[in-house]
Every structure is written in structure tokens, then in C-alpha cells.
Design a binder for this molecule. Structure first.
Ligand code: ADP
Ligand code: MG
Length: 246
């Protein structure tokens, strides 16, 4: 589904990511851990294709196609979607209009209405995007946009940040459903999820975890193993410990 080869990225002339290699199969979910400023958000923004995040080296391959030179909207049309750590407020545009735009031609009104209800978004649909929304409301709105878009590759930047425990359960279940695609068919959607607390891993099965430290992937192991190691030894200690095991 996604292959990242020797990727280096800079923002405004500052090199943030160095030689990142990562491979995500169809139907797989991988988790990204790491301290603040490690480059996690930069990696997702670069995969999505935000123009400020300049690829200086390497390639991003999506379903066999080199998308490194494609624009953000071309990548979205190909089937990549993202929810943001801190999405912007957009005055003058109703949430409903954005969700409808996300659904595009494939929009099935009944499905969207049912998702809206389950995500408890009813009253928020006619409000301006993220304007005065609580932490949980922002994340639920982000998720509804993704459910409407239905991307094959889902990039989630800290879906649990600012979310209380009850909202967390709801968001966790809905993310799981988003990745499941269609219960009758084999799971084919893939996800890359940034998580600090690991709470999302209680709902979504992640097979692999990475620690991103100072712009490089410092370790790559089974997701819960990485999480436990970070809890026990911190980020730096986790890297040392896991490397010793290899
Ligand atoms: P994380 O998501 O792991 O906390 P980020 O990817 O947000 O890390 O940030 C990685 C580094 O890139 C940080 O040192 C941050 O200050 C820097 N950075 C992010 N945006 C910019 C920018 N617009 N200009 C310069 N540096 C930036
Ligand atoms: Mg971040």
C-alpha cells in the first residue's frame, strides 16, 4: 500500500526528516511513537503532500505508483486521507459542506447520515468548521470527514489528543470500522497512526510500531512491545533496549 524509500524532508530550508524507510502492507496498521518535535507530523504531512514539506531526497510509493511529485489533491483522489493533530478553524464554511465535499460522487446520503448520528455530530453539522469545537468534537468531525472520503490509506495524527475516555471509546470504535471497510470482504485499508498514549491501540490492532527520534526511525518492532518499552525506559532507553535485543 505504502512504501517510503530513503525519504528526507525539509521545511523552510530546515531539514526535519532524514532517510526514512517504511513499508505498510494492504490491511495493515502501523503506529508511530516518539517525543515532541521528533518529526512524526512532518512525515504524515509529507506523505499527504503539503507543499511546505519539501521532499529533498527519496520516494513515496502508493500502490506501486511514485506519488512524490503529485499534488495534495491528486493524492487525495488516489485514496489517501488524513486527520490532523490541530486542524484549522474555517469561518464561513459549514461542517456539513465539508463532509459532503469529502464524500464527492461516492457520497451515500444514508450512510453519511448514520455515521453522523453515531459520531454524535448532528448539532455540529451546521456550525462553522471547528469554530468553538471542543477537543473531542474536533476529532469526531475529522473522523466523519474521513469516513465520508473513504480513503484506502488513512493517516491519523494523534486521534486521541484532547479526547476524554468516553469519546475515546467512540472514536476508537469508529476508526476500527473505517479501517474494516466492509466486514464481508477482507480488510484492505491501511493506516499509519501517530499516538502518544497508545490508547488507540486498545481499539485498533497495530502490527508494527516505530520510534521517530530527531527525524529518523530509531526502532521498528511489534507495536505493544515498543509502547511497553517506552513506558519502562523512555524514548532513548527504549531504542537502546530494543536494539540490544536484535
Ligand atoms: P512531532 O509531530 O513529532 O512532534 P513535528 O513533525 O511537528 O514533530 O516537528 C518536527 C520538527 O520540525 C520540530 O523541531 C519543529 O519545530 C520543526 N518544524 C515544524 N514546522 C516547522 C516550520 N514551519 N518551520 C520550521 N521548523 C518547523
Ligand atoms: Mg505532531
Amino acid at each position: 500500500m505504502l512504501q517510503i524509500r530513503d525519504l528526507s524532508v525539509e521545511i523552510e530550508g530546515k531539514r526535519i526528516l532524514h532517510d526514512i524507510n517504511l513499508s505498510l502492507g494492504a490491511g495493515e496498521t502501523h503506529a508511530l511513537f516518539g517525543p515532541n518535535g521528533g518529526g512524526k507530523t512532518t512525515l504524515l504531512m509529507a506523505i499527504m503532500g503539503f507543499p511546505r514539506y519539501k521532499v529533498t531526497k527519496g520516494q513515496i510509493i502508493f500502490k506501486g505508483q511514485d506519488i512524490t511529485g503529485l499534488s495534495l489533491d491528486e493524492r487525495a483522489r488516489l485514496g489517501i486521507g488524513m486527520s490532523f493533530q490541530r486542524p484549522p478553524i474555517v469561518r464561513g464554511v459549514k461542517t456539513r459542506d465539508l463532509v459532503t465535499a469529502c464524500a464527492g460522487k461516492r457520497g451515500d446520503g444514508d450512510v453519511i447520515n448514520s455515521m453522523t448520528e453515531r459520531l454524535k455530530m448532528g448539532e455540529l453539522m451546521d456550525r462553522e468548521i471547528n469554530y468553538g469545537f471542543s477537543g473531542g468534537e474536533i476529532k469526531r468531525s475529522e473522523l466523519l470527514q474521513l469516513l465520508a472520503q473513504g480513503p484506502e490509506l488513512v493517516l491519523l495524527d494523534e486521534p486521541e489528543s484532547g479526547v476524554d475516555l468516553v469519546n475515546m471509546a467512540l472514536i476508537g470504535q469508529m476508526i476500527n470500522e473505517l479501517l474494516q471497510k466492509d466486514l464481508k470482504r477482507q480488510r484492505t485499508r491501511s493506516a499509519l497512526i501517530i499516538t502518544h498514549t497508545g490508547h488507540i491501540l486498545d481499539y485498533v490492532h497495530a502490527s508494527k510500531g516505530y520510534v521517530l527520534l530527531e527525524g529518523t526511525i530509531a526502532c521498528e518492532q511489534e507495536a505493544f512491545e515498543v509502547l511497553d518499552s517506552i513506558k519502562d525506559n523512555g524514548y532513548e532507553g527504549c531504542v537502546k533496549c530494543l536494539c540490544l535485543k536484535d
